[in-house]
Design a protein around this ligand. Structure first.
Ligand SMILES: [Zn+2]
Length: 601
């Protein structure tokens, strides 16, 4: 969302503060109520001053109360996403009825800002947040690859002191990482003995300990070590029923809960969340950038069979009676705050939960598992976090997307939802493709310097911005017809999970702003170099990780042509970056590119 919305929200929040003592009484009449556990037909729910004062109101409408028509609709507790990473789009969850987020790693300053606002009763206009803050991981472990610096737990360090530091920072619970790597990317992991020590240290202070795992082996080890919950399930094409049942029995025995996070597992398995992307009730409330994050998951090719293990385990957990919680891992590629929870609910149903059980997984179950107090239920005395939807999600889980209205602490989020709808409509109306130069050339030489006909232009680009140590030098000299030859000298060094260095062209007026390049369909350029393989990378707005297509730089000049369609999920109408990169193998690289052109064929 744009800062303008944030500003107007802050104003609106201030106004809501001032007026909530005056207004603040709402009666939802004759509505189907899902109370967090079961459904009740034809009820009326009375809300006053941010609290549900009667969940089964039988009297006359109090004078001055705002009356809301409930017939044919279902009133749900505000939804809870049990796995997010909060660093932006703070208002988006509320747009989609998510009134509480459980955060599994966020910048400490953001966590503290939310905690303070919640403690002072002024966390209006955005979902509440219960955050683990900085997670507990090994040096070089998963979590250290992001561009925020976090402390790591050295071997032999004082575990209790480390955990106490997190608690002093404000961690609501302790998040622990057991992760050996994804694909070819290796991470150092905490060993089971250390994980147990961290869990014990958290428990000693009365804090929950939740463990990130991505394999069956680590899932079992985390449960054996006494984890209160698993932050994920894991991908796998082959799993026996006995393995799934045995894991479920272990979780049950240990009294643990599980957050499967199908949303991010689907992203990793290359399965796009088509059902929400194609649903105007969801995608129609997301701007280009916000939709872009859903379009581009981690996996480049669809390997849907990898989802069979988490589905089997989820069904086994349900059968064993283990609490299953709805969590998306929003903040990652292929996810979006708020919107993705509706995909997660559908995925849980596809895995074998009934629609009612899926709704429990996003309301009362996480409130209980994470000890979130009086929320997640429609009960007298509970927080008035509510979602009113058309139809009956207890029969058709996708009805959660037909949102009529959302309330947080009794305040309606209608203005916020309208503002978002207006913003998305305005953006769609203002869409305009850039006029490209006749020959499509974007690598130019002006006054001896590298230039471009539009955009921010050419820049050296490396993993340095994300904490890596690779470096690069660009040298431009004249080529034919005013064009430039760009010589790229790159030193790729390990020190980041995905090291790279190269040359980037930013087509937007500001760095990383999307430019509409839909007048072109492909990129053509000439290349020569040291004979190694390189990557043409492209990204569009909302894409967390650029898409890459390999090309070779041989001793002789050669023309390369790559269509935009080769970059899975790329939105040609919002291109943020075109990069010519060396990596990820460490080493010295040298190549030259010339006549870089954006053309339609
Ligand atoms: Zn996560």
């Amino acid at each position: 969302m744009k800062p303008t919305i944030l500003t107007s929200l802050l104003l609106a929040a201030g106004l809501a503060c001032a007026s909530s003592a005056l207004a603040g009484t709402t009666l939802v009449q004759d509505v189907r109520v899902f109370d967090g556990k079961t459904a009740h037909e034809h009820r009326s729910v009375l809300v006053r001053d941010g609290v549900i004062v009667d969940s089964d109101y039988r009297g006359k409408a109090p004078s001055g109360a705002r009356l809301v028509i409930g017939a044919g609709r279902t009133l749900l507790p505000g939804l809870i996403d049990s796995h997010v990473h909060t660093y932006r789009h703070f208002e988006l969850p509320l747009v989609f009825g998510v009134t509480t987020q459980v955060d599994m790693m966020a910048p400490v300053t953001i966590m503290q800002d939310f905690s303070k606002a919640m403690a002072e009763g002024r966390n209006h206009g955005r979902a509440d947040l219960f955050s683990a803050g900085s997670l507990v991981t090994a040096p070089g472990g998963h979590g250290t690859e992001f561009p925020i610096r976090i402390p790591t737990l050295e071997k032999g360090a004082d575990v209790q002191a480390f955990v106490d530091e997190r608690i002093a920072e404000g961690s609501y619970f302790i998040k622990i990482v057991m992760e050996d790597g994804f694909g070819e990317h290796h991470f150092n992991s905490l060993d089971p003995a250390t994980v147990k020590a961290v869990i014990d240290a958290a428990h000693k202070r009365g804090k929950l300990a939740v463990v990130h795992i991505s394999t069956l082996q680590n899932a079992r080890a985390a449960l054996e070590a006494g984890a209160d919950g698993l932050a994920h399930l894991f991908l796998g094409a082959k799993m026996t029923q006995e393995e799934a049942d045995s894991l479920a029995r272990l979780a049950m025995q240990k009294g643990a809960f599980v957050v499967p996070t199908f949303t991010v597992l689907e992203s990793m398995a290359g399965v796009k969340p088509r059902d929400i992307l194609d649903d105007p009730a969801v995608a129609g409330l997301l701007d280009r950038e916000e939709r872009g994050a859903l379009e581009t998951g981690y996996g480049q090719v669809s390997r849907a069979s990898l989802l069979s293990a988490p589905k089997m385990v989820t069904a086994a957990l349900r059968k064993a009676g283990v609490p299953v919680l709805a969590g998306t891992d929003a903040g990652n590629a292929g996810t979006q705050y708020g919107a993705s929870l509706h995909r997660e609910l559908a995925a849980l149903v596809e895995a074998g939960l009934s629609p009612r059980e899926a709704l429990v997984a996003a309301t009362s179950a996480p409130a209980k598992a994470f000890r979130l107090g009086k929320r997640g239920e429609i009960a007298t005395g509970y927080k008035a976090d509510l979602v009113l939807v058309e139809g009956n999600p207890l029969q058709d889980i996708t009805a959660t997307r037909r949102i009529v209205e959302v309330w947080k602490d009794g305040d309606s989020a209608a203005a916020l939802r309208d503002e978002q709808r207006r913003h998305v409509a305005q953006e769609a109306a203002g869409k305009r493709a850039l006029a490209l130069p006749a020959d499509g050339r974007i690598s130019l030489l002006k006054d001896g310097r590298l230039a471009s006909p539009f955009g921010t232009g050419w820049l050296p680009s490396s993993d340095k911005f994300a904490g890596g140590v690779s470096s690069v030098n660009l040298d431009a000299r004249a080529a034919q017809e005013g064009g430039a030859t760009i010589a790229v000298d790159a030193q790729v060094k390990s020190g980041f999970a995905y090291p790279w260095a190269g040359a980037a062209f930013m087509p937007g007026a500001q760095p990383m702003q999307g430019a509409d390049l839909s007048n072109a369909r492909m990129i053509r350029f000439r290349v020569r170099g040291d004979g190694r393989k390189y990557m043409l990378a492209m990204a569009s707005t909302g894409m967390t990780i650029p898409r890459g297509v390999a090309f070779e730089a041989g001793a002789e000049w050669k023309e390369v042509a790559i269509p935009f369609s080769a970059f899975d999920g790329l939105d040609p109408a919002a291109v943020t970056m075109i990069g010519f990169n060396a990596g990820p193998q460490p080493g010295d690289y040298r190549f030259e590119i010339a006549d870089v052109r954006l053309v339609d064929r």
